[in-house]
Write a protein that binds this ligand. Structure first.
Ligand code: NAP
Length: 244
């Protein structure tokens, strides 16, 4: 059996680790990160050339099952996977970690896009001159015209366009609560901006913001292709593969 995992997430790596002793696993990465953490098993890097290219790849490599374990905000590859799996008649499962939900004490401002997140900074009740921006290095253009000071955390260095007043913090999760508290205090952060990525690895910033009484601008997830069965954890996805 040959399983293709569309990856780029902690969960995708965990799934490859769970499966690779028993089945042939190929993990696919987009190639965005210069030195990615590599999963167990075979790895291929780079785009397929759209849904048609992916369908051709599935046929050429005799893939028996596909797991879309990409990031919840990687919208295009998820739709490509749905199209390609249907064309090539290969079973597809989406491994999607549940989104975060606000709890008592949270002051969330939910928006639908990075552009809306940038605009939301104008509407906050409290002072918001110092922004901790954790939406990744792609998409900084949406904030390029903002007057605030930004602490941008990303794995690789971001490129222009970006806000004029930006400090970059190069780091890769998981991030612990103490470290997140320290960042908010040391940089005198007024507001946190995040995508609803979900998962435990980057959740402590939400607790740290809650404790500090800071507003959080949360970008809601984009739509997902309809009709694709979903697992919430790598273990559930591994069980689906073993039954496929
Ligand atoms: P995207 O907008 O959905 O995809 C753009 C194109 O990149 C796709 O059409 C595909 O090219 C290629 N691609 C994406 N994921 C791929 C994969 N796993 N293997 C091979 N090709 C892939 O994706 P994105 O938001 O740029 O994310 C790229 C990667 O980074 C994903 O693997 C994702 O899991 C990871 N990631 C994304 C985010 C985020 O916030 N978006 C955060 C953390 C990690 P072709 O059409 O040529 O096949």
């Amino acid at each position: 059996m040959h399983v293709l995992i569309l990856g780029g997430t902690t969960e995708a790596r965990a799934l490859a680790g769970l499966l690779h002793d028993d089945v042939r696993v190929t993990s696919s990465l987009a190639g965005r990160v210069a030195a990615p953490r590599l999963p167990a098993g075979e790895v291929r890097i780079g785009g397929f050339g759209g849904a048609d290219g992916l369908a051709a790849w599935l046929r050429e490599h005799s893939v028996d099952a596909v797991i879309d374990a990409t990031h919840p905000f990687a919208e295009r590859i998820s739709f490509n996977a749905a199209g390609a799996a249907a064309t090539a008649h290969v079973p597809l499962l989406a491994l999607r970690r549940p989104g975060w939900v606000p709890v008592a004490g949270d002051a969330w401002h939910e928006v639908d896009s990075l552009e809306a997140a940038a605009a939301a900074l104008d509407g906050l009740d409290s002072r918001s001159d110092r922004v901790f921006l954790t939406t990744g290095r792609m998409g900084l253009a949406a904030f390029a015209d903002r007057p605030e000071w930004f602490l941008v955390r990303s794995v690789d260095a971001p490129e222009a366009p970006m806000p004029a007043r930006t400090e970059v913090l190069l780091d890769r999760g998981p991030f612990g609560l103490d470290g997140e508290r320290e960042i908010l205090a040391r940089h005198r952060i007024d507001v946190l901006v995040t995508k609803d990525s979900g998962g435990a690895a980057t959740a402590p910033k939400l607790q740290a913001a809650r404790e500090a009484g800071l507003p959080v601008v949360v970008v809601r997830r984009p739509p997902v292709p309809q009709g694709v069965p979903t697992a919430a954890t790598p273990e559930e996805a591994a069980a689906w593969v073993r039954k496929a």
